[in-house]
Design a protein around this ligand. Sequence first.
Ligand code: MLT
Length: 409
Amino acid sequence: MTRINDHYQKLQAGYLFPEIGRRVAAFQQDNPDAAVIKLGIGDVTLPLVPAIIEALHAAVDEMGSQAYGYGPENGYPFLKEAIAQHDYAARGVEIALDEIFVSDGSKQDSGNVQEIFDVGNTLCVTDPSYPVYVDTNVMAGRTGDADETGRFQGITYLPATEDNAFTPGPPNERVDLAYLCSPNNPTGAVATKENLAQWVAWARSNDAVILFDAAYDAFIQDPELPRSIFEIEGATECAIEMRSFSKRAGFTGTRCAYMTVPKAVMGRSASGEAVSLNALWSRRHSTKFNEVPYVIQKAAAAVFSPDGAAQTAEQVAYYMENARRIRGGLGDAGFAVFGGEHAPYIWMRTPGGASSWDFFDQLLERSHVVGTPGSGFGPAGEGYFRISAFNSHENVDEAIERIRKGFGS
Ligand code: MLT
């Protein structure tokens, strides 16, 4: 028989969110009358804004009058120009168009990017972290087995705890690759310029590469906080950044994101020669990916139009109002809550020291509310729980009320 990739056998059977979906579906089957409120996966609940819909319609009409075949490698200039101008130049960062690679999602990018790195590279993640970072590296064979706590050999885990405000600094030892996410999924913590400067200094003195996930940058409320790692001096020499239209503009089902790989970020070949990661990623992307559809890129570009920017900002504000309500409501009820000020996620300590999955089950049973167990994001997430702000105000208020009642506060 054909050999499988045995590294997959090291992983837990299912990816976190399908496992939650499975448990919720089983509960709903047994309790068909329960009105379950889902604050689990961070998936948008508001429709695409009018400016995006108009752009989609117009692009569809264009496709009826002219052939749009394969698009330009790495994305249409109209979208990359808008990105370079609004996401970077507007914040004092100079990024060239050939450093931007339009893709169909940051989830994919954060897994695919490792293909340009040697399988023997070491890596670090903050713990907890978005599960894709660890799982994809396990699949690639960059780790050993997991120990009894769920930590994989070959990965340096940097615990994000209440003591370090869920923003751990760089490791003491040298590693090749560091995954960082700010605003953070799942803790909702946000890195300051000082935090990121520490990481950039570490990466430069260790010849390491930072893989920076900024999928939630639009949720940052304080203009002084960095939205891009490239706002930090020297970062264009040691970091790759992932940004997404998913949460900022409701594209979770529409699919559009981009990865920025500055030409100055280098890696080393076996013979010791410095090689531009931009050139490698360009080779990989153009070989394995055939572009986000024209109509979707037009829709993404509309996010930067004056109307699109205003309308999507309103949606972000709507979700952030939910975050404020959850943080306030659960905090007033005596729960220890974190995050939710610059991110659509609230991180809470499970009441009574319950394990994350036990609290998941209790919450579903007693309150008919779905959240995400902290341990699903890494061993240091045990004893914590993530509540997402993606839902309606009404459902959020109702969920808070049910949680307060269900847990006796
Ligand atoms: C999450 O809930 O962590 C995210 O929505 C998952 C994702 O973006 O893939």
